[in-house]
Design a protein around this ligand. Structure first.
Ligand SMILES: [Zn+2]
Length: 184
């Protein structure tokens, strides 16, 4: 799934926290947005392995939520938002496509790397590939709570994220050829 989809899923969780009257919801949202995008920085390394830790982020996320509940300040809430969002991102990548350049061909069985087991989890392809129309539908659906719950820069980030997502979906299938021509 797109990094924006993951960011919106994290933001939706922060929106639930805000709706429940959570203190420092803006810190939670900032952390969730960053944590939703962060694992995909490994596109520059080994994608879905180097910075994707489905198991470790989950353990750290639970610990961070406990810490934030005990010592509720913006930093602890933000860190909890980051780790929970990164955990959900890493785990939910298994519902997307493989890591190949053209994932719509469905020829790659590497979904996300399970570091504790030293093996790849198989992609389930509920969302066939990142940038698929259904990916955009999921992104927009999860963007709504964030847009409703927050204002200011977070709401602007939601709008920008949706615009970027639409553009990405429109050009997605042309990207591998462009990459092969200009970057290799
Ligand atoms: Zn990812």
């Amino acid at each position: 799934m797109m990094a924006t989809t993951h960011a919106f899923v994290g933001l939706a969780l922060a929106s639930a926290y805000a709706a429940a009257g959570g203190e420092y919801a803006t810190a939670a949202a900032a952390g969730a947005l960053a944590g939703g995008v962060f694992p995909d920085v490994d596109l520059l390394a080994e994608h879905r392995k180097t910075l994707h830790f489905p198991e470790y982020y989950a353990v750290l996320g639970v610990l961070a939520v406990v810490v934030a509940a005990v010592a509720t300040v913006p930093v602890t809430v933000g860190v909890a938002g980051f780790l929970v969002s990164a955990a959900v991102h890493s785990a939910s990548d298994v519902f997307g496509g493989g890591t190949e350049a053209r994932p719509w061909l469905a020829q790659d069985d590497r979904g996300v790397f399970l570091h504790t087991q030293g093996r790849w989890a198989r992609p389930r392809r509920w969302v066939r590939y990142d940038g698929a129309p259904e990916d955009l539908a999921v992104a927009v659906a999860f963007a709504v709570p964030g847009w409703v719950a927050f204002d200011g820069w977070i709401r602007e980030a939601v709008v920008a994220g949706v615009v970027v997502s639409v553009g990405y979906v429109l050009v997605r299938k042309r990207l591998p050829a462009l990459e092969e021509r200009y970057l290799q």
